[in-house]
Design a protein around this ligand. Structure first.
Ligand code: SF4
Length: 336
């Protein structure tokens, strides 16, 4: 039986029409699930017994199980068990603008970025749409708080699970349901060019974050195998097309690895690469995992930042969260 939380409003409209019921029933169900937050179909307000029967006979309403939760100041990290026993993580961070959540999109990841803990555990399978939706609902229920922005930057490469991710975003964005604004949703990718092309034609103004992490191909290939498939010139040309098409500013994620990609030369090369591009660089202090890399020191990060600033590149340094909570994605799952 399919899980109801993987269904968009359009899916449910088609379902009710196909079952000789009314199209508007879908909106009532969506409101029941996401506004009323029912835990069984019988509790949904205003729908007929016949509609309840249809739901009961066709969908499950099963939630995720929290295996463990860690918290530190302004950060919570969850490990969930899926119905087949696989485990995934999600992280919530408290910012001045509200709670943001980092969602996993796959069980493991095949992209093999050498600094990433998630990449050490190969992809077992894609997450189903409902398994992404339920990360958010379960955490909101546990914290008794609403999440205001979502970043698809947990375990997995979102564009490698394209169709389920697009459905997930539609469900997040549904006005009658969870209702998170599209500009508060960010897809982070290591740079799968054909999927970025596809995304720009979705007519969805979702934010795009590119895990760049190096200013040239030779360095990028050392740390990110995806660079062997799509070189940096092609990637940047595609990103520029994305910006033109969607009018959205793109984020370039850049994890600072001591002695690897944090030199002054790298900063200058990065500044030149991004000159005139409508985006900004997010410098990420590395969260030490079991990899061979070390975190850049504060002096080096600040120097890198200053060089980019002088070159008139928009740049921020990501606030550090969660050294006490195994916050690098994949760390908690690795332990289990
Ligand atoms: S950084 Fe992202 S794309 Fe790369 S291995 Fe980790 S989860 Fe996969």
């Amino acid at each position: 039986m399919e899980n109801i939380y993987g269904k968009t409003k359009e899916d449910l409209e088609q379902f009710f029409i196909a079952n000789n019921d009314k199209k508007f029933r879908a909106t009532q169900v969506i409101e029941g699930l996401y506004k009323q937050r029912v835990s069984d179909f019988n509790s949904i307000n205003n729908i007929s017994n016949n509609a309840k029967e249809l739901l009961l006979n066709n969908f499950s309403i099963e939630k995720l199980k929290i295996i463990t939760k860690q918290s530190d100041k302004d950060v919570w990290k969850y490990l969930f068990e899926l119905s087949d026993g696989e485990k995934i993580e999600a992280v919530v961070m408290n910012h001045d603008y509200g709670l943001s959540m980092c969602v996993s999109t796959q069980v493991g990841c095949n992209m093999g970025c050498s600094f990433c803990e998630s990449g050490r555990l190969k992809r077992v399978r894609n997450l189903e749409t409902h398994e992404m939706v339920l990360q958010l609902l379960t955490i909101e229920e546990d914290l008794d708080k609403r999440i205001s922005s979502v970043v698809l930057m947990g375990i997995g490469e979102p564009l490698d699970n394209y169709d389920n991710v697009i459905k997930f975003i539609k469900i997040l964005n549904e006005h009658k349901g969870i209702d998170i604004g599209i500009r508060h949703i960010t897809i982070s990718t290591c740079g799968i060019v054909p999927k970025i092309e596809k995304l720009m034609n979705e007519d969805m103004q979702v934010n795009l974050a590119i895990s760049l992490h190096a200013p040239n191909d030779s360095l990028r290939k050392q740390i990110m195998p995806i660079a062997n498939a799509y070189d940096i010139t092609l990637l940047m040309d595609t990103v520029k097309k994305y910006i033109d098409k969607t009018s959205r500013r793109v984020t370039f994620e850049y994890v600072m690895l001591s002695g690897v990609n944090d030199t002054e030369e790298c900063a200058i090369e990065l500044g030149n690469l991004l000159k005139g591009v409508n985006g900004y660089v997010n410098l990420i202090p590395y969260n030490k995992t079991s990899s061979k890399y070390e975190k850049s020191n504060t002096y080096t990060i600040n120097k890198f930042y200053d060089i980019l600033k002088k070159m008139r590149i928009n740049v921020t340094v990501r606030r550090e969260f969660g050294s006490k909570v195994d916050a690098a994605c994949g760390q908690l799952r690795s332990k289990y």
